[in-house]
Structures are given as C-alpha cells and as structure tokens.
Design a protein around this ligand. Structure first.
Ligand code: F6P
Length: 324
C-alpha cells in the first residue's frame, strides 16, 4: 500500500489549485500517509525540490488564487532522461504515489512516469480553459468565467455610454469554451470561437442587424484561439469591411488566471482532491479524478487526450438566438 505520496501543480496556474493541494495533503494525512509538495511542477521533481507538508502547511490557502507550490511547463520531463531523474527524486524518499494537478500535457508525462518507473500517478484537472476530455469541468474555469463576465459587464457600461463596439479577447488557448460561456453570460452580440468558422462578412452583417434593431453598442467576444485572428486583428478587419470604425479592443489576458477561487472551484477542487488520494489508497494509477454529471468518477488518463472536451456546439445557437 502507498505510504508516501507527493503532489504537484503543472502548466498554467488556475484558481482553486490551492484548494486542491489542501485537499490532497489533508486527506493523505487522514489516511495515514506522509505527503510532500513538489515545487514548480515536473521541474521540481527533476531538481529535487520537495517539501514535506503537514496539515498546517495548507492552512489559509483555500481562498487564495495561484498555487503555493508554483507551477511550470517543463520540457525536460518530456524525454526519458528527465523522467528518470524525477523518478529517482521520488524513489529516494520512498514516495510511490503522485498527484498531478494540471491541464493538457500534464497527463502524458504522468502516464510515462508510471510505465517507465512504476510511480503510481493520479490526476486532477486544473486549467481555466475547461478543455480536458473526460471531465465536465476543470478546477479554475468557473473563477475565470466569472472574472471574464465581470470584465464584460464593465465594458458594457462604457460601450453603452459611447455607442461603441467592444472586442473582448478571452483566454482558452485552442478552446473556445471559456469565451463561449463568457459571451452567453455577458450577453454578447457575437462570440467568435475556434470551434466554428469565423466569417468577417457575417459578423459585420450581424453588427448591422443589431444596430438596425436599436442596439447602440455591441460586445464581440473573441476566443484567443480563433482562426480569424486575435481581437485586434478582427477589429481591424471589421473596420476595413464596414462603416464601423469607432471600436475598442480589450484583452482580458492573465487577469483571468488570478484571483480568489469561487465557491464552486473550491468545492470541486476539494472533492477531486479527496477522490485522487482515495484512488492512490486503492492502488490505482493513470486515472484522473473527474466530474461527470455531478458525480466524481475516475477516468483513464487516455480520455484526457482521446475524448473530446466539453465544448457543446449547441451553445453557439444559444448565443446567436439570445443576441437578437
Ligand atoms: O492554459 C491556460 C492559459 O491561460 C491559456 O488560456 C493561455 O493560452 C495560456 O495559458 C497562456 O499561457 P502563459 O501563461 O504561459 O502565457
């Protein structure tokens, strides 16, 4: 049975990661295990940067954004030599279980660590992008969504006051999920996402139709991964092809990554953290604690790259219908 485990955060930080670390540490201690925190993701395993944690190490962090363990995207872990050094760091301390909290990219490395060195790995989905296959929601998405919607609400005030069009760029890397939901919740007149083709002519027609129906301002939410370009480029194309020239562009950017996690993200992280430790206690590996229809379940790592993530094309229609 696993006696010693470690926990790390990998990839972009997401609000709620700290709540996840807290849940892992406290439930591991509750199960009679020792638990180490790894600093800076997989890089910390390679560099042997581990700290033993106790219940007090995670006091007062459930409400804090970011990750107290720090995070990194680690190239060296992608090659076998890097993983060998990482495994040695763990095995030297008799650690045979690892919880990884992170986004896409986190799970392939963990799977390789188990296959090559027998370190059992369990994942928790953590990214604002909500783009991981096999889970309905990822830790951090809800907070980022609320941050983006608050920004859109503020921009709506000034857009209304000046009868302007605002182009608001929302994060999400290659996924339009966060942008689409921000657009629906923010009442955007148009939402441009990489999952559907963006046609500038169609966008211009829509903005004209909105104006003709009496709207004096418009919000266009642009997912950063949209194939037609970033928000500035799309705004410029709209200006070139239309009479709309007095526009403003706002890139919300990393503001979406920080901040105190919402209650939803804290609870999700707590539930997934307890489930991840239970999975290690049961001797499982290469599974992610995931949310499925309200239930916490374990999904194989392979689902994170083989199953399509949560984007629902029906939301495109909802955004369109409600923008009229
Ligand atoms: O994956 C989270 C995310 O915030 C994406 O939405 C964004 O594209 C990317 O990370 C930004 O990465 P970085 O913080 O390295 O600039």
């Amino acid at each position: 049975m696993t006696k010693n485990i470690a926990v790390l955060t990998s990839g972009g930080d997401a609000p709620g990661m700290n709540a996840g670390i807290r849940a892992v540490v406290r439930s591991a201690i509750h199960s009679g295990m020792k638990v180490w925190g790894v600093e800076r993701g997989y890089q910390g395993l390679i560099d042997n940067r581990l700290v033993e944690m106790d219940g007090r190490s995670v006091s007062g962090i459930i409400n804090r954004g970011g990750t107290i363990l720090h995070s990194a995207r680690c190239e060296a872990f992608l090659v076998p030599a890097g993983r060998e050094r990482a495994a040695k760091t763990l095995l030297d301390r008799d650690i045979d279980g690892l919880v990884v909290i992170g986004g896409d990219g986190t799970y392939r490395g963990a799977a390789a660590l188990y296959e090559e060195h027998g370190i059992r790995c369990v994942g928790m989905p953590g990214t604002i992008d909500n783009d991981i296959g096999g889970t309905d929601f990822t830790i951090g998405y809800d907070t980022a969504l609320n941050t983006a919607v608050e920004a859109i609400d503020r921009l709506r005030d000034t857009a209304d006051s000046h009868d302007r069009i605002f182009f608001v760029e929302v994060m999400g890397r290659h996924s339009g999920y966060l942008a689409m939901m921000s657009g629906i919740a923010g009442g955007a007149e148009a939402v441009l996402v990489p999952e559907t083709p963006t046609d500038i002519g169609v966008l211009v027609d829509r903005l004209r139709a909105c104006r003709d129906r009496g709207k004096t301002s418009s919000i266009v939410v642009v997912a950063e991964g949209d194939e037609a370009g970033n928000a500035s480029e799309i705004a410029a194309k709209v200006s070139e092809q239309s009479e709309f020239t007095d526009q403003r562009v706002t890139v919300i950017g990393h503001l979406q990554r920080g901040g105190s996690p919402t209650a939803w993200d804290r609870i999700l992280a707590s539930r997934l953290g307890v489930a991840a430790v239970e999975a290690l206690v049961e001797g499982q590996s290469n599974v992610m604690a995931a949310l499925n229809g309200g239930e916490v379940i374990l999904r194989p790592f392979s689902d994170t790259w083989e199953v399509k993530s949560a984007f629902d094309p029906r939301c495109v229609r909802i955004a369109d219908v409600l923008a009229t």
